[in-house]
Write a protein that binds this ligand. Structure first.
Ligand code: SF4
Length: 226
């Protein structure tokens, strides 16, 4: 498989309204070696999980989202920059699509790496990103800053569009961090960065309402029986 032509993906979704401004196409890549303690997306760690999707078909999905009103693309994970060739190809294709759109669309990339850790191929991969959210999740440094999971994570604005759209959000602390709950054939899943304590509270509330959880992405799966 040509690493520049396919990306291992956990899921995609449109519309996403809670990870970046406006209405967005979201793509979560599969595979993360960073193993942050307290990560809420353990299901994205396995680099052999998810599905391989061609960059071409992801670009078509993004174009459809733009036609349907998307104002931005959010790339998250997992860790996008462990697949730098595919991410580079995807963002080149996404940039081409947005240039033809009737409105400006920004590209936001989440990475658990710090900028100083990035290798040349990883820096090349994010050439078209307007904004980066950088840094590992640190459960010992909780924050309520919008779109960030811990206080060490940085919003890095790299282009005029990025600054124009995101500067007003850099220090914003919303009353309630926005989250989206989606239900599909894979179960219920949460988009966004919940405030500290939200996930255990959600589980308690579901239990109190008579709804149990079989498996959640913020705890390792129980061992298989039998
Ligand atoms: S928080 Fe992000 S960078 Fe850290 S382990 Fe989870 S997916 Fe990886």
């Amino acid at each position: 498989m040509n690493p520049a032509r396919t990306l291992r993906v956990n899921r995609t979704h449109f519309p996403v309204k809670v990870l970046g401004p406006g209405t967005r196409w979201g793509i979560w890549v599969q595979g993360c070696p960073l193993a942050c303690r307290g990560c809420m997306s353990l299901d994205t760690w396995d680099e052999t999980g998810g599905v391989e999707v061609s960059v071409e078909s992801l670009a078509v999905e993004w174009a459809e989202a733009v036609d349907a009103g998307a104002t931005g693309l959010t790339l998250s994970g997992g860790e996008p920059l462990v697949q730098p060739e595919a991410v580079a190809a995807l963002l080149v294709a996404a940039d081409r699509v947005r240039r033809k759109a009737s409105r400006e669309c920004d590209i936001l990339v989440y990475t658990g790496f710090e900028l100083s850790e990035l290798k040349p191929e990883q820096l090349r991969a994010i050439e078209h990103a307007d904004v980066l959210m950088t840094g590992r999740y640190n459960a010992a440094a909780p924050t309520r800053l919008l779109w960030r999971g811990s206080a060490n994570q940085r919003m890095v604005m790299r282009t005029p569009l990025g600054r124009q759209r995101y500067a007003g959000y850099q220090n914003l602390v919303p009353d309630k961090p926005p989250i989206q709950v989606q239900v599909d054939e894979s179960g219920a899943w949460i988009v966004g960065v919940p405030a500290p304590g939200t996930l255990p509270r959600l589980e308690r509330q579901l239990r109190d309402g008579g709804l149990g959880t079989v498996q959640v992405s913020w705890r390792p799966s129980p061992p298989e029986v039998g």
